[in-house]
Design a protein around this ligand. Structure first.
Ligand code: F6P
Length: 323
């Protein structure tokens, strides 16, 4: 391997830049050329490729987003699209790729490496933390920190008016952000997708709180929950407790931006170096993560098939502490 490409694909996540920087600098450290591919797989198809060096990635360790930009490419899902991507890689003499993204990114990588016998390694980059093979994904810690900062602010005004707040958080169809940020921000309850009967739990928690003279009624609602939209949940709460004034806050893409936390910067830096070293060691077709503070490798196929398991213990802790 002499030249390595790097791209970010799918939803951006804070810490992606730290990973790009690590890939570029580690690549150069081992005497390899490194090429940035802009706008993910779509940019690969459109030949948006530029060589990077240590100076091109200066000052990005602390920046959110991705300097390489990102996309969700429909064309890369087709054989023709992937063929054009391969031809562009060949034209630049790129003989290996580091992919930074989530499930869709790894799925694209799996098809590509099957068709072209091309060395690829994947790094988990998504705020959702919904990937198997790693304890945490790049961006998750920062997103959780954004949520707790926002909830801390909401609490000030909620307490002042004795209002009930429903705060919607991201996570696609998983409750990692909701549950972790819920524990860290002292929410009374979290409604998350993995739960079967969230409303029964919610009403029980609210009633328990009321009988304890509790005035904090901040509830986190994960976007992919089984109960429906946050407006529908708010209506159900209103119907049952008409005496409580309630408000809705949707945090949305605030959770995807901002400077990455120390945890995300270190995670991304370790994984970026590992991507280069593992390619040079002859590994390919795997996602790299960190499990119990050790590097862990998982074939793309398995990473895509397996679902990251939510730690339900956090829900138990949340309920004990919401008294
Ligand atoms: O996967 C990251 C994520 O932010 C999810 O939490 C959310 O459901 C989705 O992306 C939003 O996607 P978009 O930015 O395309 O609206």
């Amino acid at each position: 391997i002499n030249s390595i490409g790097v791209l970010t694909s799918g939803g951006d996540a804070p810490g992606m830049n730290a990973a790009i920087r690590a890939v570029v600098r580690a690549g150069n450290h081992y005497g390899k050329r490194v090429f940035g591919i802009y706008e993910g797989y779509q940019g690969l198809i459109e030949n948006q490729i530029l060589e990077l060096n240590a100076r091109s990635v200066k000052g990005i360790l602390n920046r959110g987003g991705t300097i390489l930009k990102s996309s969700r490419s429909e064309e890369f899902k087709t054989k023709e699209g992937r063929k054009r991507a391969y031809e562009n890689l060949q034209a630049h003499g790129i003989d290996a790729l580091v992919l930074i993204g989530g499930n869709g990114t790894f799925t694209g990588g799996m098809y590509f490496s099957e068709e072209f016998d091309f060395p690829l390694m994947g790094l988990p980059g998504t705020i959702d933390n919904d990937l198997a093979g790693t304890d945490f994904t790049i961006g998750f810690d920062t997103a959780c920190n954004v949520v707790i900062e926002c909830v801390d602010r909401i609490r000030d005004t909620a307490e002042s008016h004795n209002r009930l707040f429903l705060v919607e958080v991201m996570g696609r169809d998983s409750g990692f952000i909701g549950l972790r940020a819920g524990v860290a921000s002292g929410a009374v309850d979290v409604i998350f997708p993995e739960e079967e009967n969230p409303m029964i739990d919610l009403f029980a928690e609210l009633e328990r709180g009321a009988s304890n003279n509790k005035t904090n009624r901040i509830i986190l609602v994960s976007e992919g929950n089984k109960m429906g939209s946050i407006q529908e949940i708010a209506a159900a709460v209103k119907e049952r407790y008409p005496q409580w004034e309630s408000k809705i806050t949707i945090l949305g893409h605030l959770q995807r931006g901002g400077s990455p936390t120390c945890t995300d910067r270190v995670l991304a830096s370790r994984l970026g170096v590992a991507a280069i070293e593992s390619l040079l060691d002859g590994r390919r077709g795997e996602a790299i993560g960190i499990v119990n503070n050790q590097l862990a490798y998982m074939p793309f196929e398995e990473a895509i098939r397996s679902k990251a398991k939510l730690d339900m213990e956090l829900n138990r802790i949340l309920k004990i502490l919401a008294s």
